[in-house]
Design a protein around this ligand. Structure first.
Ligand code: PMT
Length: 407
């Protein structure tokens, strides 16, 4: 299954404690950054004897944190905020002392206070000499941590810094990365392995060479869906109009301007797709004539005659194969549910996602959305206000459950 850049939007604290294996941690930071994660390194003073904060700061693209205070003026590194910010914490290497402190709730440095404040999943990659690893106290501490839901990435057998050979070497960065990857990625769902045609952004209908009729779509909702689909292991053909944010990576992208261009591009891609999701705001009308030169303001008023654009979603849905699924969006300002239900039927859709422009936290431009999903079999549910990224993930999760039941 293709899953690239799949740590995008994941915030990970890499905690480094004192031990020779700390020299391997820059490679772990590189792997996480390469896959799109935001990384915050928190290291103990003892760790600085084995790897420099400068190296880690450059690789993580963030200042490295060690102390409770940023400076002598009393500005502090808020461990509670740090812990809540993180989607995951990995402590590598974790020596016997750190494991004992974690098991007993000791809190004598910034890293330990972050760990105690954390609500996210925590991984530890122990590293120590073989007798320390097998010692009853270490094993009891490990069991305590497992019982509390902490993930242990077992150390490996091999040559140890002491010159002895046995179990105690920290797992290689690639293995630590895989352990995180297996747990942090969304489990496979209905979209995994499917090809999705997705539209996003707004279309622009030219009036003359410098002016157009457009709308306020930023592309945020559609692009958040693209990211969530990519994380689910889907192949995404993304057709986008005018947008105000960066275009997602790891999908096939097709930039268009007008509704007619979007229509042509979608017609070409639709036969290959399993599912169509249309989050784009497509102009319903376009000027009949486009002036070849900039229109001068010689008159007090002008009239622009508009003609209907093709309804892309209706046309594709009309011609869909039995096993093709079509999902539309509806942006409404009044009589919202009835209007959305009418579109669901008229456009022959499987589902429609209703968002309301009268809600200031939803619809065009803003970073958040709140939606109601309406399905052709009468099923319906709501996704409450949250970031467009979270709404996209919840939308796909809930659609996946409905599609699995009904297809
Ligand atoms: O991009 P953002 O700033 O994040 O905003 C997100 C959004 C508000 C644009 C998005 O969530 C949304 O609601 N998109 C659809 C807006 C819209 O055009 O709704 P509509 O009710 O006019 O159209 C219904 C459906 O038909 C839509 O799926 C639309 O893509 C499609 N359509 C509409 C007209 C047309 N000529 N062809 C179409 O395919």
């Amino acid at each position: 299954m293709l899953r690239k850049n799949h740590f995008k939007n994941k915030k990970i604290i890499v905690g480094i404690t004192g031990g020779i294996a700390a020299y391997k941690v820059p490679q772990l930071v590189r792997l996480l950054k390469k896959e799109g994660a935001e990384v915050q390194v928190v290291m103990t003073d003892a760790a600085k004897s084995f790897v420099t904060p400068q190296t880690l700061s450059v690789l993580s693209e963030n200042p490295v944190l060690s102390d409770f205070f940023k400076n002598t003026q009393g500005e502090w590194n808020n461990h509670v905020h740090l812990a809540l910010w993180a989607d995951a914490i990995i402590i590598a290497p974790a020596g016997a002392n750190t494991l004992a402190k974690m098991a007993h709730g000791l809190c004598d440095n910034l890293l330990m206070s972050v760990i105690l404040s954390a609500r996210c999943p925590i991984w530890v990659a122990p590293a120590m000499d073989l007798d320390m690893w097998t010692h009853a106290s270490t094993q009891t501490n490990i069991q305590t941590l497992i019982d509390r839901g902490i993930h242990i990435i077992e150390p490996e057998d091999g040559e140890l810094a002491s010159g002895l050979t046995g179990k105690g070497r920290m797992a290689e960065p690639e293995q630590i990365f895989s352990a995180l990857e297996n747990q942090l990625l969304p489990p496979p769902n209905f979209f995994t392995g499917k090809r999705i045609l997705l539209t996003a952004g707004g279309t622009q209908e030219a009036i003359d060479p410098v002016r157009f009729i457009g709308n306020h779509s930023s592309g945020k909702m559609g692009f958040a869906i693209a990211d969530a689909l990519i994380q689910s292991g889907a192949t995404v053909d993304l057709v986008f109009g005018s947008v105000s944010i960066a275009i997602p990576e790891n999908c096939n992208t097709y930039g268009v301007t007008s509704a007619n261009e979007m229509h042509q591009q979608c017609l070409a891609l639709f036969p290959k797709c399993d599912i169509l999701i249309m989050a784009a705001a497509v102009a319903d009308f376009a000027p009949v004539e486009v002036a070849s030169q900039k229109i001068k303001k010689t008159e007090d008023s002008i009239t622009i005659t508009l003609k209907k654009n093709p309804d892309i979603l209706s046309e594709l849905s009309e011609n869909k194969r039995n096993n093709q699924i079509t999902v539309g969006f509806a942006l409404e300002t009044e009589n919202e549910k009835n209007n959305a239900l009418a579109k669901l039927q008229k456009k022959n859709l499987d589902c429609i996602v209703l968002n309301s422009q009268s809600n200031p936290d939803a619809g065009f431009g803003v970073d958040t959305n709140a939606v109601t999903v309406l399905c052709k079999d009468g099923a319906q549910w709501q996704i409450p206000t949250a970031s467009k990224s979270l709404v996209a993930q919840q939308l796909l999760q809930s659609l996946s459950e409905w599609l699995t039941k009904t297809h």
